[in-house]
Design a protein around this ligand. Structure first.
Ligand code: GTP
Ligand code: ZN
Length: 194
């Protein structure tokens, strides 16, 4: 079911809720340093969760024909997302590659990084973010295949809970030629892991 998307975040509601959280943890929301915090959090959340109000079509705008129907891969795209379980950040890098269709239709390189942000700027789990990026690229660009590999450190695993700094979670999603051909997948992986 398609969830209706808000035009923007409800800042007043966030501010009220953050004030409540500050009281609940035993802080004084009216002390000097905290007075502006609920409003700051509302502004931060508007940015951090902006992807909820964006679709892949909003960013994969430029599609042009070039005489190239082999692999295009953008490696080491920085990712900042928010773990939907604890609302703390997870961050790392994404590698996004595709093989253009026979018409040689490619998108602007920056658009791949923008696509990552559309899905990163939401409450997320890494696995879902990885497949959403792959599926969106398949749908909009209709390439022969897509590979997405994401490596992140989850602050919910490092600053709290199990406390394992340095642990990296690696997820991948392969579609089309990358799924069907071990050779194609291996070629992409050799470019990603170097
Ligand atoms: N699969 C997956 N798990 C995640 C992701 N981000 C956080 N988690 C995990 O979500 C789980 C939530 O577990 P719970 O037992 O419900 O919550 P918790 O008591 O706070 O768990 P701990 O983190 O182990 O203290 C934890 O194991 C987290 O490490 C993610 O992107 N993907
Ligand atoms: Zn978490």
């Amino acid at each position: 079911m398609e969830v209706e998307q808000p035009v923007s975040v409800d800042s007043a509601r966030i501010e009220k809720a953050v004030r409540e959280i500050l009281i609940a943890i035993g802080e004084d929301p009216d002390r000097d340093g905290l007075q502006e915090t609920p409003a700051r959090v509302a502004r931060a959340y508007a940015e951090q969760f902006a992807g909820l109000r964006q679709s892949p079509e909003d960013v994969l705008t430029t599609v042009f024909d070039v005489d190239h129907d082999e692999m295009v891969l953008v490696r080491d795209i920085e990712v900042y997302s928010t773990c939907e379980h604890h609302l703390v950040p997870f961050h790392g890098v994404a590698h996004v590659g595709y093989i253009p269709n026979q018409k040689g239709q490619v998108t602007g390189l920056s658009k791949l990084a923008r696509l990552v942000d559309v899905y990163a700027r939401r409450p997320q789990v890494q696995e879902r973010m990885t497949s959403q990026i792959a599926d969106a690229l398949m749908r909009v660009l209709e390439p022969r295949g897509v590979i997405v590999v994401i490596e992140c450190e989850h602050l919910c695993m490092t600053m709290r809970g199990v406390r394992k700094p340095g642990a990296k979670t690696i997820t991948s999603a392969v579609r089309g030629d990358f799924r069907n051909s071990e050779k194609t997948r291996a070629e992409a992986m050799s470019l990603i892991i170097h």
